[in-house]
Design a protein around this ligand. Structure first.
Ligand code: ADP
Ligand code: MG
Length: 140
């Protein structure tokens, strides 16, 4: 088992409903530690850059607008197999398909406003972490 880091984002629907503590409790209960954290509001350009991998998808424009609709909390989580563990606690992209007890099942509003983002591989985690944090921001 490898100790990994992953990028986690609490999305605007989560900050709007004051769910940041409830969601982070789930992550901490699963053995992940929050080792960096920043609350910010993305500009449209930042959201487009962050989600550039989805630029060809039909939902890209709406997704980027949604991600700028309120504050987000960007954070780095660390723990054993953090990338996969984080995604397991989040649940499937569409809350309607997510397993019982997952964050997206319990808190997600829609396939777009699904409360949380998580990196999908260690390689992308490193890129996404660097997008929000410098090394000195991260205290493991
Ligand atoms: P995940 O966040 O589970 O890794 P994706 O990387 O496929 O999922 O998509 C990124 C984000 O785009 C999702 O979390 C969700 O907010 C949004 N999204 C994905 N699919 C759709 C869709 N069909 N309609 C609207 N928004 C979507
Ligand atoms: Mg993804």
């Amino acid at each position: 088992m490898a100790v990994e880091r992953t990028l986690s984002i609490l999305k605007p629907d989560a900050t709007r409903r004051n769910l940041t503590g409830a969601i982070n409790q789930r992550f901490e209960d699963s053995g992940l530690s929050i080792i960096a954290q920043r609350r910010l509001r993305l500009t449209l350009e930042q959201a487009q850059q962050f989600y550039a991998v989805h630029a060809e998808r039909a939902f890209y424009g709406e997704l980027c607008t949604y991600m700028t609709s309120g504050p987000i909390v960007a954070q780095v989580l660390e723990g054993e197999n953090a990338v996969i563990r984080h995604r397991e606690v989040m649940g499937a992209t569409n809350p309607a398909n997510a397993d019982e007890g997952t964050i997206r099942k319990d808190f997600g509003e829609s396939v777009e406003a699904n409360s949380v983002h998580g990196s999908d591989s260690p390689e992308n985690a490193a890129i996404e972490i660097a997008y929000f944090f410098s090394d000195t921001d991260i205290v493991g």
